[in-house]
Design a protein around this ligand. Structure first.
Ligand SMILES: C[S@@+](CC[C@H](N)C(=O)[O-])C[C@H]1O[C@@H](n2cnc3c(N)ncnc32)[C@H](O)[C@@H]1O
Length: 295
């Protein structure tokens, strides 16, 4: 059974996958401007009807798109280092950003810092692949098909360093997303603490993925998030200007811990992984070679 959303994607009955959830966010938020980091073949980009900037150093778009698009062939770091990166948007700020580029913690953290800095307080940021189902998927050195890398650490870093943000993990299949609202483009805490955060969180595999993440104990049910009145409040704020109300943020935050996932957790697998011949080489081939450090 399925229903069609207004952005055109098919929505199954059951737990939503990341694209179904993102489609729901587009439906509810109706963003005027959308920024996507990490395009690949364009599947998430097909959901946009807004004026869009999409950034990827190695995109290979094969999907039909229906948005007013600036497609940027660059790493996100290079893109944000441009003099006026969001000039394509009339207000120079995205109403919605989707971060799904390089799946290493430090890249995703920089993407978050740069997206927030270029947003308005009513902006919304969604980060993909934030709930790995195993230590294997979370390895920095990729060898699994579904790969989250260690970007899951961004949520904990935001919670610890930016209690002013509302950060909600969402139980989408396969690897979860995190929704962030209550942005403050003037806040410099993360960039000021960047070096110490990296020193603390970047280390060799295996990654120490907390049980809370693996079992999605704080995650919200994606349907409940889409039904929440916070979206109406965000749209009102967008028109009026200024920060999102504490009530609207609390309504969203209250949905943490409503996910089904904990009822049916995955089997734990041992570390180190079994060695498959050629697997590491194949994974290394897939990984882009851009390693650009610093903000
Ligand atoms: C998981 S795919 C994106 C999938 C797409 N968002 C979707 O849901 O259909 C990740 C993409 O990030 C791109 N990428 C890798 N490093 C990047 C970087 N530093 N900046 C921007 N994009 C990057 C890769 O080329 C790859 O196409």
């Amino acid at each position: 059974m399925s229903t069609r959303t207004t952005t055109g994607s098919v929505r199954k009955i059951g737990r939503l996958n990341r694209h179904e959830f993102l489609s729901g966010v587009h439906d509810r938020l109706r963003p005027r401007s959308y920024l996507e980091i990490g395009v690949n073949d364009g599947r998430s980009l097909t959901l946009s009807r807004a004026k869009t900037i999409a950034v990827d150093p190695a995109f290979k778009v094969t999907s039909e798109l229906a948005c007013d698009l600036q497609l940027v062939k660059a790493t996100s770091d290079d893109f944000f280092a441009r003099p006026d990166p969001l000039a394509w948007f009339p207000r120079k700020a995205p109403d919605l950003s989707f971060i799904d580029g390089m799946h290493l913690f430090e890249f995703a953290l920089r993407d978050f810092i740069n997206c927030e800095r270029n947003s308005e307080p009513s902006g919304v940021i969604v980060l993909d692949d934030m709930l790995p189902r195993s230590v294997h998927e979370a390895a920095r050195d990729r060898y699994t098909d579904a790969w989250t890398g260690d970007v899951y650490k961004v949520a904990a870093v935001l919670e610890r360093n930016r209690p002013d943000l509302t950060v909600v993990p969402v139980d989408t299949t396969p690897t979860g997303v995190v929704l962030v609202v209550g942005l403050d483009p003037t806040n410099r805490t993360l960039s000021e603490r960047y070096d110490e955060i990296i020193a603390e969180h970047v280390y060799e595999d295996p990654q120490l993925v907390p049980d809370d993440v693996l079992h999605r104990k704080s995650a919200a049910d994606p349907d409940a998030v889409l039904r929440c009145w916070v979206w109406t409040a965000i749209i009102e704020r967008r028109a009026a200007g200024g920060p999102l109300s504490a009530d609207a943020r609390a309504a969203l935050a209250k949905l943490r811990g409503t996910a089904d996932y904990t009822l049916n957790p995955p089997e734990p697998k041992p570390w180190p992984p079994p060695k498959k011949k050629g697997a590491k080489k194949a994974a290394a081939k897939k990984r882009p070679k851009h390693r650009i450090w610093g903000l």
